[in-house]
Design a protein around this ligand. Structure first.
Ligand code: FE2
Length: 203
């Protein structure tokens, strides 16, 4: 999940997608992934490399940059991290069934049921005004909470641990769902990689 720097060039490189470009069809088309991963995500990586080249941040990790920077450097670094996490939140065979183990127990005790959790998550995603992200996080007190962040903002800037995220920037869904974000969120929930989410909950 961590970006790597190549040789002595000290440049971040976009990680490979965890599946082929067409693997999430028909929920997300190859065209969406080509633009979202190959243009938007890659664009954030390239902009970040340009911004940190020759600065004190040139050899910092992505997480260090997200936690300590501001302005354009922060925005691009956070978007790189968020997108990397987002791709891992989905899987071609994801969404079939429900979470298991501790995650299932915690979702039920927090939201009443898995179905109620999905409703809360969808409501947050649909009601998010403008660009941003919807998250399931574990707070510093160990509680599970659904929250939105604006623009590039990311929970790793805080003491919260991200468990699941949905990109609600329009570029995430416009090709496949036009302006119907609710339909996109429903489709997203059908391919969530619950194994990945369960793994993020582990201490
Ligand atoms: Fe995005």
């Amino acid at each position: 999940m961590q970006l790597v720097k190549s040789g002595g060039a000290a440049e971040f490189q976009i990680p490979d997608l965890p599946y082929p470009m067409d693997a999430l069809e028909p929920v997300l088309s190859r065209e969406t992934l080509e633009y979202h991963y190959g243009a938007h995500h890659l664009g954030y990586v390239e902009k970040l490399n340009g911004l940190v080249a020759g600065t004190r941040l040139e050899h910092a990790t992505l997480e260090q940059i997200v936690r300590t920077s501001t302005g354009a450097v922060y925005n691009n670094a956070a978007q790189v991290w968020n997108h990397d996490f987002y791709w891992d939140c989905m899987a071609p065979q994801g969404g079939r069934g429900a979470p298991a183990g501790d995650l299932a127990t915690r979702l039920t005790s927090t939201f009443g049921s898995f179905e109620s959790f999905k409703e809360v998550f969808k409501r947050h995603a649909v009601q998010k005004f403008g660009s941003g992200w919807t998250w399931l996080v574990k707070t510093g007190d160990g509680l599970l909470v659904v929250r939105n962040t604006d623009d590039a903002d990311t929970p790793i800037r805080t003491s919260e641990t991200p468990l699941l995220c949905c990109d609600v920037w329009e570029h995430a869904y416009y090709i496949d769902y036009r302006n119907d974000r609710a339909k996109y969120v429903d489709a997203f929930m059908s391919i969530v990689n619950w194994k990945f989410v369960e793994g993020n909950l582990k201490p």
